[in-house]
Design a protein around this ligand. Sequence first.
Ligand code: PRP
Ligand code: URA
Ligand code: MG
Length: 210
Amino acid sequence: MDKRVTVIDHPLIQHKLSIMRDVNTGSKDFRELLEEISMLMCYEVTRNFQLEEVEIETPICKTKAKMLTGKKVAIVPILRAGLGMVDGMLKLIPAAKVGHIGLYRDPNTLKPVEYYCKLPSDIEEREIIVTDPMLATGGSAADAIKLLKDKGAKNIKLMCLIAAPEGIKAVLEAHPDIEIYVANIDEYLNDHGYIVPGLGDAGDRIFGTK
Ligand SMILES: O=P(O)(O)OC[C@H]1O[C@H](OP(=O)(O)OP(=O)(O)O)[C@H](O)[C@@H]1O
Ligand SMILES: O=c1cc[nH]c(=O)[nH]1
Ligand SMILES: [Mg+2]
């Protein structure tokens, strides 16, 4: 496996993901499970965050204690489905700023179409975690990362729930400098660009559309 790809295959994540895949799981449960998995994945995605020692006083004595350095983080969901991963991450990194990139995949060409972009003004200084549950052809993620780089972003991680091997390859070819975190790498893409076995259309399942 490529060193830039981490599969976070913790049993809790795999269990929750299996419930999400089930066609009988409704939007409420789907959203809650996605939020829970995002929190669990965030724990691993932030594993290399730096700590520093600061002086504090406990009720017993003064001591040095480890705290996160003032690292600036931006969470950037790819709309719509990426929104479902934001709240879980904000629970663990409450000081993070949130940028939004609106892309939809044209169902005929499978190419991403951009319709919105609003990022924190100091995006170039921030460690960025792009979120999207589905990495299929990789077109949407690669475009979102390019957009971020065009605005000066340097330090970018991509966090997805399920990836197709084709999507991982495409993103790493377009952006060799990024790290990808996924809960599972599925088998392949079908003729309509859907991940097999996958979980269907993540945006539709989160928001109850279709
Ligand atoms: O890797 P790709 O082939 O580009 O496909 C993945 C993209 O497709 C889905 O979004 P969709 O276009 O369905 O938009 P939505 O989130 O608004 O439903 C998904 O959330 C990704 O953004
Ligand atoms: O399987 C897929 C592929 C693209 N987008 C989704 O939501 N699901
Ligand atoms: Mg969709």
